[in-house]
Structure formats: structure tokens, C-alpha cells
Design a binder for this molecule. Structure first.
Ligand SMILES: [Zn+2]
Length: 352
């Protein structure tokens, strides 16, 4: 079996047992207690929304909650041994129904949600609870949101619907308001680094954690996917002292073919660091300065850095929606070249 990727969306068919290994991380202890207390006291609602930054472990918490509900002997945590747990861990529980983005699709489709709702309306196979999981729930279109709303308004008996999302603003408000929210908070940088160091001794965890926007499981994922090497490669491509050596079109070609999403994450992290440094004075953030990141080119002023940050964020959002990655990088890197040379041109519109 392939190594479990801790942070990714639930799009790939990985066994719940594999993904559940992250449910025991220390920063999930509080939300785990919250869920099990609600269950013990019989006040678990019919729908919960597990949310927090991507890569913080909400996926593992959602699966843990599903297993807890289905377990036949659980008190405050799933037993892992009863018939239900065995079926669940093997990915075969007949009363557990997960919906995620299908291969080659960008969104969860309305038909998937309708099928899920129809299945949840039927009688439980094992005569106990039924659980539906929608992940990532923030990648449903408006019709899928509406389809889900009907089930949220008239929930079937003994059914728990679990939504997992990192962006609440991409869910219909009417859906959010009908779920009990469980927030997964990120650990502090110090806690996250200590935990990562326990997983594997590396000297670039702080750079990887910054690139993962502080989410430890995402950092672990980045390390496994060779992002440490990527960081060195990116740093070499942006030589701070010789911005004229920066060839945007050649780089766009290379980057669009090789880990484009990771490169955009790296760029956002790097430009954010430039903005912070420029805004707070060059030495104010030195305690947190990640030495694996290059300094800004001489021509980059604060206004240009803010403009670049907007561009990178927009590019990340477009890339998620599978727009032409080469064009996207060309637009972005031409903008970088202009900024490094000391001026920003009027930004062109990207054709969708
Ligand atoms: Zn069990």
C-alpha cells in the first residue's frame, strides 16, 4: 500500500485505517474530547462541520468521529476491534458513505450529493447509526449545496452527516448554519516543530512548515514529496543579487510541468515573508526568519511586494481550478521580472 498522505483532500481512495493514524496527534485532543463528550451525553447533532486550515488534521478527526459513531462498544473512543470497527478500518462499512471529488473533476457534483442523501435515507444495514462524509465540502457547487440542504433540513434518523472544509466562505451559509461547527486549531509553531522533529529529524522543518502555512501534516506531506529539494531549487531560480538573470518564460515552462501547486505555495510563502519584512523593518522578524528563503531582489519595494502577493494568491486559486498552468506561470513570472526590475506594469487579465 502506498504511504498515506496526511494532508491531502480525501480525493484518493485510501483506506480509512491508513488516514486515521493522524487522528491521535496532540492538537486534535481537544476536538476529540468535544466529540466524545457530546456522544456520551447523547447530544451529538445530526450534522457537524469540521473546519480549519488545510493539513491541520480535520480529515483524520472526521474519520475518527465516523468510526466512533459506528463502533459497537465505544465509550469515549472507537474500540478498533468490534465487527463495525474492522469493517470501517478496511473501508467496507456498509453504513459509512463518503463523497469526495471524482478523478479529473474540480468539484463535488450535485449527483454525488443526491446519491449520498438517498443512501442515507435508507435503513441502516447493521441496525445502528449511518454516517455520511463530504470532503472537501468547500468544493461543492451551488446545486450540490442545495441538494445537501434538503437532507440537513430533514435529517434521516440515526444519521450523522460530517462535512470537512478549510474555507467556510465557499460553503452556502444556509448549509453552515445547520451544522454544529468543530474547529481544528493549528498548534503553535513551537509545538508543530517539536512534533515534526519527533516524526523525522530534518534541518529544514521550519521552512517546510512556513511553506505549509503552519499546518504540520501539510509540512509532513511536503517533506515526503521532496519539497526540501524544491525549496533549494526555487531559491536558486530567484537570485536576489542578479534579478536580470531571471528568465520568466523559461521558468514558467519548467515550473508548469513540475509540481506547480507546490511552487505556488512556496512563492506565496516567500513573497509573504518579503511583505512582512518590508512592513516591520528588516530586522524585526529575524527571530522567525527562515534562512532557507532567499532575500528579496534589490528592486522589490513594499508596494510591488504586495502586488506580487495578490498575484500569487490569485494564481493559486486559478491553478486549483485547473486553468492553463503554463499561461498562469507566464503571467505571474513576467510580473515578478517587472517587479524585480523596479516597476510593476498594469496587470493583464488571464483568459479563462
Ligand atoms: Zn469498535
Amino acid at each position: 500500500m502506498a504511504r498515506a498522505s496526511p494532508a491531502q483532500d480525501a480525493a484518493e481512495a485510501r483506506l480509512p485505517g491508513d488516514r486515521l493514524r493522524w487522528a491521535g496527534v496532540p492538537w486534535l485532543e481537544a476536538p476529540r474530547r468535544q466529540v466524545s463528550a457530546a456522544r456520551c451525553e447523547g447530544r451529538l447533532p445530526h450534522a457537524i462541520l469540521v473546519h480549519g486550515p488545510l493539513g491541520g488534521g480535520q480529515s483524520a478527526l472526521a474519520l475518527w468521529t465516523a468510526q466512533l459513531l459506528l463502533c459497537e462498544t465505544a465509550l469515549d473512543q472507537p474500540c478498533g476491534r468490534c465487527a463495525s470497527c474492522v469493517l470501517f478500518l478496511a473501508g467496507n462499512h456498509p453504513d459509512f458513505h463518503g463523497v469526495s471529488i471524482e478523478e479529473k473533476a474540480s468539484y463535488i457534483k450535485v449527483d454525488q450529493v443526491r446519491d449520498l442523501c438517498a443512501t442515507l435515507a435508507m435503513t441502516s444495514y447493521r441496525g445502528r447509526a449511518k454516517v455520511g462524509l463530504v470532503e472537501p465540502a468547500d468544493r461543492m457547487n451551488i446545486n450540490a449545496n442545495n441538494a445537501l440542504l434538503k437532507t440537513l433540513e430533514e435529517p434521516p434518523e440515526d444519521t450523522l452527516l460530517i462535512l470537512v472544509a478549510s474555507r467556510l466562505d465557499r460553503l452556502a451559509r444556509t448549509v453552515v448554519s445547520r451544522c454544529q461547527r468543530i474547529r481544528v486549531s493549528q498548534p503553535t509553531t513551537r509545538e508543530a516543530l517539536a512534533w515534526l522533529e519527533e516524526q523525522e529529524a530534518r534541518d529544514d522543518w521550519s521552512g517546510l512548515l512556513a511553506m505549509a502555512a503552519g499546518a504540520p501534516l501539510q509540512a509532513l506531506d511536503l517533506a515526503a514529496s521532496g519539497a526540501g529539494e524544491l525549496t533549494r531549487d526555487m531559491a536558486a531560480a530567484i537570485p536576489p543579487r542578479r534579478p536580470t538573470a531571471f528568465d520568466p518564460l523559461a521558468l514558467a515552462d519548467t515550473w508548469s510541468k513540475d509540481r506547480p501547486a507546490d511552487r505556488l505555495a512556496w512563492l506565496e510563502n516567500w513573497v509573504s515573508a518579503q511583505v512582512r519584512e518590508a512592513a516591520t523593518g528588516s530586522d524585526a522578524v529575524n527571530n522567525n526568519r527562515d534562512n532557507s528563503l532567499p532575500s528579496a531582489p534589490a528592486g522589490l519595494n513594499i508596494r510591488a511586494a504586495f502586488e506580487l502577493l495578490d498575484r500569487v494568491r490569485e494564481a493559486r486559486s486559478l491553478q486549483e481550478r485547473s486553468l492553463n498552468t503554463l499561461l498562469l506561470f507566464e503571467d505571474l513570472l513576467v510580473g515578478f521580472a517587472e517587479a524585480f526590475a523596479g516597476g510593476i506594469a498594469v496587470r493583464p487579465e488571464i483568459e479563462g
